[in-house]
Structures are given as C-alpha cells and as structure tokens.
Design a binder for this molecule. Structure first.
Ligand SMILES: [Zn+2]
Length: 467
C-alpha cells in the first residue's frame, strides 16, 4: 500500500502513514447551517467522501468526524432576520443538509457534533490559552488569540505575520489574509447577539467560529489527528487558527498530519454568486430534474486539486457516464451465457484493478481511475458481444465493478441494500418455491410488496427491485 496525498502544510506529495497502524481519523469542516448548502460546499463533502471511501477500500478503519456549525455570525444574523430561535433555525438547515448528503450518496460521518453542544470544551481550551499566555482579554471582555505568541503562525497559509499590520484585532469570524491579526476566541455578548449567549467563567458570550473546530476535533478524535479536509478557502484564516489554538493548548505538534484541501468550483466559467444568477444549491439542480448521482459524478470526476468548472453540458455528460455504468451493470447482471470460462477476463480485470489502484494511490487521481473503469467496460462489452464471457466471468467482473463503486458511489444498488427482514422473506419465498408451495410463495411476495420490494425471478435466482 502506497497512498500519497498532497499535503497543504508541506506543499508536497507525501506517503500516507497514519498515527496508528491501519486506523485513520479524519476531521472535515462541515456546514454552517444558516442556509441550504450550495454545490461549491458539496464539492468539499464529495471530495472528503471519495477520500474516506478510498481509504476504506485500501483496508483502513476510518473514523470520520464532521462538525455542524450552528452558532456563528451568520447563523445568528439570519435567524434574527427570520425572527426564529437560533436552534429552530439551524435545526431546519441541519436536517436539510443530512437529506442532501443522502441524495448525493455521501457516507455519513461517524459523528456530526454540533458546536452548541461543545461549549464547555471550548471554554476549557480558551481558559488554558489564557493561562498559557496565548490569549488575552480585550476591553469589552472578549478573549483574543495573540498570533504573535504562536511561533509558526502563518505556516499553513504561507504568510508572514511580520508583514502584516501590527496590533489590530478582528472580532468577526471571516476575514482576509491582509487582516491576519488577533482573532476572537470568545465574543463578549452584545445586543446584536440577542438571546444567543452562554454564562461561563469567561463571562457572558459565545464562541468564535475557529475555536469550535479545535474543540470538536480534539473531543471526538484526538489532540493529534491524521487528516483534516476542507475547501481551499478555509486554509486561511480558519485552518491556520485551528492549528494555533490546538497546538498551543495541547503542546503537541503537529495538530494535523495531512491537510487536504479541494480547489474552488466555478459555474460556467465564473465565480458562483447570487448576483450573477449562477448560484445553485443541490435542491435547485434536483428541482430542474437532474439525477443526484450525475451531480455526484460531476463533483468527483475532476481531480480535487483542480478548479472545477461546473456547466450544464458537463452535468449532461456526467449523467450519460452514470447511465453508461449502470446500463453496463444491469446488462451484465442479466447475462446468462452458455460460454465457457474465458482466461482473458481475469487478465482484463487484473489490469483494470492495478490501474485504478495506482491512479487513486497517486493523490486520488480520479480521472485516470475512471478511465480504467471505462476501459474495463469497453473490453468486457466486446467479449460479451462475441459470447466469450461465462457466468463465472460475469460474477468476477461484477464483483470488481462493485469494488470500484465502493469508492465511486454511482451504481444503483437499491437491490443490494435489503434489510435483514426482507432478506429473510426472500429466502423463505425461495424455499416455498423450491417445494412448489406456490400459494405460500405468493403470500410472501405480497408481504414483500408491503415493504416496497418487487421480486422478479430470473435464471440466476430472485432479483429484488424497489416498487
Ligand atoms: Zn472548521
């Protein structure tokens, strides 16, 4: 196994070696639930999903944590505009986010901690930072991080703190590189916060955005973690600040071994923005009738470190590619040939697997990985048309396609994710059929219909489909 990733910290391709053999901890910056997530956000989540699925494919045990930012400047501002309680407001968009993840076939994280449920841990970290002299209290009672106290501040983003303005501070969560100054860890309550505050030993207030991720990653993973993912827009200040907070608190370095960032997404060659009319949430695209699997395919089929130009032509091409893969799987499943075992098929499969693995090992080179899959499909289609694929060959090819798809997540697998009850019923029906108890078999078939499952009998046994 020789997986390599491009590490933002070193700006180099590095061989991946987790802290504990065979186990990987991944932290991904999740959504700020102040609105529906847009396709640029989903590019980051699909990239993290591809990474996680590939590590699992390689045999690693993966623990994945993705936070939900449910208190920050934006959530407070928008909930007030809507005259809603912060929790009611953020719950609505958290639910929507989970629904969207499901539609895109993104494997859920093991934990989705919410910032509002991790306040005591944040307060504790900030208190230690105050004790250690990395943080100080401002005149209004807010607590700021003193970036000059942290030796390597600016390292991740490759900026030189000394070239920046001296002595300035920022209280808002988002700011630009030129403003790399002391940032707020704890924001003392003011009127604009309304009823959003916590009474703590730091005073009445709320956390800054950056401390949230330090607290949640350390609580749900460890003080030092293997991989941290996010969009490239988060490198500065967010991830730089996470490093400064976490390392100063724990005294351990590095906080994260591999920083993996995905590039921006543009729409039709332009920056996505509401004013240009090219701003899309996943919901917008699904409302237009697009297949979520095509959206997923489009988001993952460009290498994660390349800017992705999202176009509707590209989406149509992605839809065609997903259909081609699924048509191939369905036609192969229905193949029942009298051909004898063809020694050429295992060789074709072997080449495809080696090419796919080699490409994905190389910093998730998905373009080459997908090419290996399409070549395999082409070669097998030729052999099928010549009636040179036996039933055993067919099963081997299907097995490989499903292996690849454990990484890609675009094959329609409705019939493969049956619940235990349904599987038991299908087995019972087969027994009834074997003993020619047609009446019982029909009763069970109706029961299965009640579960929304249609059973069709094929020469290879029962095939289950959704009603
Ligand atoms: Zn974060």
């Amino acid at each position: 196994m020789a997986v390599k990733f491009f590490n933002t910290l070193s700006r180099k391709l590095e061989l991946f070696k987790p802290i504990s053999d065979g186990e990987v901890g991944i932290y991904s910056c999740g959504p700020t639930v102040y609105d529906f997530a847009h396709i640029g956000n989903f590019r980051a989540y699909v990239c993290a999903d591809l990474l996680k699925r590939y590590l699992k494919y390689c045999g690693f045990r993966v623990r994945h944590v993705m936070n939900i930012t449910d208190v920050d400047d934006k959530t407070i501002k928008n909930s007030k505009l809507q005259k809603m309680k912060l929790k009611d407001y953020t719950d609505k968009f958290t639910d929507a986010f989970f629904e969207d993840l499901g539609k895109l076939g993104i494997v859920p994280a093991d934990v989705f901690p919410r910032a509002t449920e991790t306040i005591p841990e944040m307060v504790e970290i900030i208190s230690v930072l105050l004790d250690k002299g990395f943080a100080y209290k401002g005149d209004d009672g807010s607590v700021y991080y003193n970036v000059r106290k942290f030796e390597d501040y600016g390292k991740l983003a490759h900026i030189n703190v000394d070239e920046l303005k001296v002595g300035a501070r920022v209280k808002q969560d988002e700011y630009e590189k030129e403003q790399a100054q002391d940032f707020a860890l704890w924001k003392a309550w003011d009127e604009s916060d309304g009823d959003v505050f916590w009474e703590t030993k730091l005073g009445k207030g709320r956390p800054g955005w950056h401390i949230e991720c330090s607290a949640m990653s350390m609580k749900f993973l460890a003080e030092q973690i293997d991989i941290h993912t996010g969009g490239i827009d988060l490198v500065f200040p967010h991830h730089q600040n996470e490093i400064a907070q976490s390392e100063a608190y724990s005294g351990k370095s590095p906080f994260v071994r591999y920083w993996i960032h995905n590039e921006y997404l543009q729409v039709e060659g332009k920056k996505m923005s509401k004013s240009l009319g090219n701003f899309y949430t996943l919901r917008d695209l699904l409302k237009k009738g697009y297949n979520p699997k095509a959206v997923r395919y489009l988001l993952l089929s460009t290498h994660y470190r390349t800017q992705l130009n999202f176009t509707f032509d590209g989406l149509a091409a992605a839809d065609a590619a997903v259909k081609k893969i699924n048509d191939f799987v369905v036609s192969l499943k229905n193949l029942d040939s009298g051909a004898v075992f063809n020694e050429k098929v295992p060789r074709v499969c072997d080449v495809a697997k080696k090419e796919f693995d080699k490409a994905m090992d190389d910093d998730l080179n998905i373009t080459v990985g997908l090419a290996a899959l399409f070549e395999l499909m082409r070669d097998i289609n030729i052999l099928v048309s010549e009636n040179k694929v036996s039933n055993d060959n067919r099963d081997d090819v299907l097995k490989l396609i499903y292996m690849f798809d454990s990484v890609l997540g675009v094959v329609d697998r409705d019939d493969l994710v049956l619940s235990v009850e349904v599987k038991a019923l299908v087995g019972e029906r087969e027994k009834a059929r074997a003993s020619k108890d047609w009446k019982k078999a029909d009763v069970i078939r109706d029961k299965l219909l009640g579960f929304g499952i249609v059973v069709e009998d094929s020469p290879r046994g029962p095939v289950c489909k959704r009603k």
